[in-house]
Design a binder for this molecule. Structure first.
Ligand code: 5AD
Ligand code: FES
Length: 348
């Protein structure tokens, strides 16, 4: 009666499907396949990570960016964007505050801002690692040279997030200006891996021109690359970008894909993203209940939070860091999970 349930079983048993089977799984999504995938994903997540939820303190260093990704609110061409850049001292202060609040991973994220060259960024990484030696530092600072990645790794950076955005070359070209290339994106990911970073890739769900085929390619890429981390969240239009009129990705498809990714690569660190919390008031809870195991509350100073607007109506732009952390702990408790004080490395 249901063609799709044997695929669910195959995925759960072998952690692998053919491209055409991933397509079928997405195309024939129904309430029964959603339920089964969710149950299987949650149960393998519990085997590995129990009911622990890892937190990452997200520090948004700068919204100045030399790139012009068509979907992104801080793209260079957006003249309505009110630009800011934190000073190294402010960034260090955020990490100190975060440490007191129980964060043991700091994610330094920002646009591709030339101010954060190797000297400056490396100095910040060194300082955070010196002050908080039991913490992991994750960078999410875009495409850089091999030498730069190497140097930052030597400075102590542990992890690097660089979403691949789409594993389909033609699709990649529709989301990015000509100056950016799919090949360079993939090259960066492979170099990061070679340098010993724990690497995160990822993509937006429901981005313009995304198809069932490109999504299947994303899943195949994840199956083969086996990233330590994988960030997926719904595309949300930003009013000052060329994609302002495109619809958002959905909660349902995002959660479905979270479950699938958990089954493809059981140990993966999988955040329930802020974007998911933005399209649904209980989005992050629903992400966790679909197999995600990480949340990334904001540690940036309150005055810059609204300015780091990759998409419209981003949540958590008002509260102070302590409130963000407490709010998330409470939310996770309400669904039977616990935010833990730990670096939260991948468990193999
Ligand atoms: N909607 C959702 N996610 C977005 N990102 C950028 N712009 C948007 C948007 N409009 C995601 C990209 C990027 C990450 C930092 O944020 O996938 O890699
Ligand atoms: Fe800054 Fe895409 S707009 S990296």
């Amino acid at each position: 009666m249901n063609q799709i349930l044997p695929l669910v079983k195959k995925l759960s048993d072998t952690h692998s499907l053919e491209l055409s089977e991933y397509e079928e799984l997405i195309l024939n999504r129904n309430s029964e396949s959603e339920r089964q995938l969710r149950n299987l994903a949650v149960s393998v997540r519990h085997e590995i990570y129990g009911y622990d939820v890892y937190v990452r303190g997200l520090i948004e260093l700068s919204n100045i960016c030399r790139n012009d990704c068509l979907y992104c609110g801080i793209r260079r061409s957006n003249t309505n964007c009110d630009r800011y850049r934190l000073t190294p001292e402010e960034i260090i202060a955020c990490s100190d505050e975060g440490y007191e609040l129980g964060f043991r991973t700091f994610v330094l994220q920002g646009g591709e801002d030339s101010f954060f060259n190797d000297d400056v960024l490396g100095g910040i990484v060194r300082e955070i690692k010196a002050r908080h030696s039991d913490c992991a530092v994750t960078l999410s600072m875009g495409e850089r040279s091999y030498e730069s990645y190497k140097y930052l790794r030597e400075c102590g950076a542990d992890r690097y997030l660089l979403r691949h955005e789409t594993a389909n070359r033609e699709h990649y070209m529709k989301l990015h200006p000509q100056s950016m290339s799919y090949d360079n994106r993939m090259k960066c990911l492979h170099e990061l891996r070679e340098l010993g970073y724990q690497v995160g890739c990822g993509f937006m769900v429901g981005s313009p021109y995304q198809t069932v085929k490109t999504l299947a390619e994303d899943l195949k890429f994840i199956e083969e690359f086996k990233p330590e981390m994988c960030g997926i969240g719904p595309f949300i239009p930003h009013k000052d970008t060329p994609f302002h009129d495109y619809p958002s990705g959905t909660l349902e498809l995002t959660c479905y894909l979270l479950s699938i990714i958990r089954l493809i690569h059981p140990p993966v660190l999988l955040p329930s993203t802020t974007a998911l919390g933005t399209i649904d008031p209980l989005g992050r809870e629903k992400g966790i209940m679909s197999g995600a195991n990480v949340v990334m509350p904001n540690l940036s100073p309150v005055r810059v939070r609204k300015k780091y607007e990759l998409y419209d109506n981003k949540i958590c732009t008002g509260e102070e860091s302590a409130q963000c952390r407490e709010c998330l702990s409470r939310r996770m408790k309400s669904i039977g999970y616990e935010v833990v004080v730990a670096r939260g490395d991948i468990i193999r």
